[in-house]
Design a protein around this ligand. Structure first.
Ligand code: MG
Length: 504
């Protein structure tokens, strides 16, 4: 009966393509980098130019209480793609580097791997940041993606060549990582260009996305496009069309360029006739890098930014868009990047991976503006550890901080709590904030004047104890360290490294 599974796959594939069967929706996830709650026009920024995101926010559903799972890149991306806190997959402590030995374990199931068995075409463009590793084993093409075009880590994790910024004579701001290979552009698992040409990068992403959408729409094949952008991470760059065109300097130009690709993607959906059968979701990986001051993004009214477990580090703008299906509006439902995998699986009719998931299906919120199934959110720091567990917990409207720490990445604000000098502090009685009446975390309620909040703290403690009882930390992948020989080089045998790794 060996032919039997093959028969089932062929039958499923036939049904998917036949006109009288359920048409699984296409899925597009747009993921900005180091972008805060206050950065988009539709979230109140007075000078950002984000007309395309603003348009899908008006026609779609805008979230006010949406969270990433980490105030830093790699762990946040792992959680989005797997529907699991990054501690389970081992994406701690910190982020991956070009020569990292570890990566997102191959036995983790990504959204692409959830959709692939249903006949979806899958592609990622942009910043992977979940490892390259020995023999490039951790690249997206080994994690369920048919196609990859992009830079597999942050674009400041190399000597910052080929950046154009505004004013044009300034090629690079501040410091990028030195003594490592220049930033490569991968096509699948091959280096296409090293160093990458930043002024041309966004156009190549936009062209790829448009082509991918058109091709699959023509074939009537459902598709999943994941676009984790380099924008608006420091050091910002932009191509000819947007450089110097925003009202907000280099950060605004970078954001504007991202927004323009969003516009190209939506237009491609319309042109290919699939926009009424495509679920589009936008959010960002972590809060603004305030260290870069006006080039670092804006958390709006939230406290602190990147690399902190205050709201500014992890509460993000989010927009869901699906014309004809998602009713326009605003939702205050407590939601997270963790919820994308179960939601997408439900929309596509896919099976959930048989692992401990931390996400909840958001369908009721999307289609009926219903309540969230999520009751709590756990805030792990960038350097998550079993010893400390989550630094903070949100339960309903209340948030308790068990540990607080500032960070160099948030060190420029007037609020001293955000700074590097605010060292790790354990709160015997956790700090307690009501995020509905006090989203800026200004007024601690856990004081002797407010004994009525003792019961709230006890409830949060019970939820935390229960959660931690079920948390199994995976082997620390970032903790495996780095090996310079693993840095991606387009001329592997060349000398002297890393400077010889150069191919146009
Ligand atoms: Mg980031």
């Amino acid at each position: 009966m060996e032919y039997f599974p093959t028969f089932i796959v062929l039958l499923a594939s036939f049904l998917l393509r036949s006109s009288f069967a359920f048409q699984p929706p296409n899925v597009i996830i747009l993921f900005a980098d180091d972008l805060g709650l206050g950065d988009l026009g539709c979230y109140g920024h007075p000078s950002s130019l984000t007309p395309n995101l603003d348009k899908i926010a008006v026609k779609g559903l805008r979230f006010t209480d949406f969270y990433s799972t980490s105030p830093a890149c790699s762990p946040s991306r792992a959680a989005l793609l797997t529907g699991r806190y990054q501690t389970r997959s081992g994406i701690y402590p910190g982020v991956f580097y070009p020569g990292s030995r570890g990566g997102l374990p191959l036995n983790e199931t990504t959204i692409a791997e959830v959709l692939n068995p249903l006949g979806y075409a899958t592609a990622i463009i942009g910043k992977w940041h979940l490892g390259v590793g020995p023999d490039r084993m951790y690249l997206p093409t080994n994690q369920g993606f048919d196609h990859y075009l992009g830079i597999p880590y942050s674009h400041d994790q190399g000597p910052c060549q080929n950046l154009t910024c505004f004013p044009p004579d300034i090629k690079c701001f501040g410091t990028c990582d030195q003594g490592v290979v220049t930033v490569p552009l991968f096509a699948n698992d091959t280096i296409k260009q090293q160093p990458v040409s930043f002024p041309d990068l966004e156009k190549s992403y936009s062209d790829f996305a448009t082509q991918f959408i058109m091709t699959n729409a023509r074939r009537k094949q459902p598709f999943f496009l994941y676009y984790p952008s380099h924008h608006t991470h420091y050091p910002q760059f932009a191509g000819k069309v947007t450089t110097g065109k925003s009202h907000r300097g280099p950060f605004g130009d970078s954001l504007m360029e991202f927004d323009s690709t969003v516009g190209d993607i939506i237009q491609a959906l319309v042109d290919s006739g699939v926009h009424n059968n495509t679920f589009v979701f936008f959010t960002a990986d972590n809060g603004p890098e305030l260290l870069r001051m006006s080039r670092g993004g804006n958390a709006g009214l939230l406290k602190c930014g990147k690399d902190t477990t205050y709201e500014g580090g992890m509460r993000e703008p989010a927009i869901a868009y699906w014309p004809g299906r998602i009713q326009a509006g605003v939702t205050h439902a407590l939601t997270s990047t963790l919820d994308l995998l179960p939601t997408v699986a439900r929309l596509a009719g896919a099976k959930l991976p048989r692992v401990q998931l931390d996400g909840f299906d958001m369908s009721d919120i999307l289609f009926r503006h219903g309540p969230s199934k999520r009751e709590a959110m756990f805030y792990y720091p960038t350097g998550a550890s079993e010893k400390h567990g989550p630094f903070a917990v949100r339960l309903g409207r209340f948030k308790a901080h068990y540990f607080t720490a500032g960070s160099i990445k948030s060190s420029t604000t007037p609020d001293q709590d955000c700074h590097e000098t605010a060292h790790l502090k354990y709160h015997d009685t956790p700090l307690l904030f009501d995020l509905e009446t006090d989203p800026s975390e200004n007024y601690n309620l856990a004081t002797p004047d407010h004994p009525e909040y003792k019961a709230v703290l006890q409830l949060i403690q019970d939820v935390k104890t229960d959660f931690e009882g079920g948390m199994v930390f995976g082997e620390a992948q970032v903790g495996k360290g780095t090996d310079p020989a693993l840095e991606p080089c387009c001329a592997p045998q060349c000398t002297p490294k890393p400077t010889c790794c150069s191919c146009s």
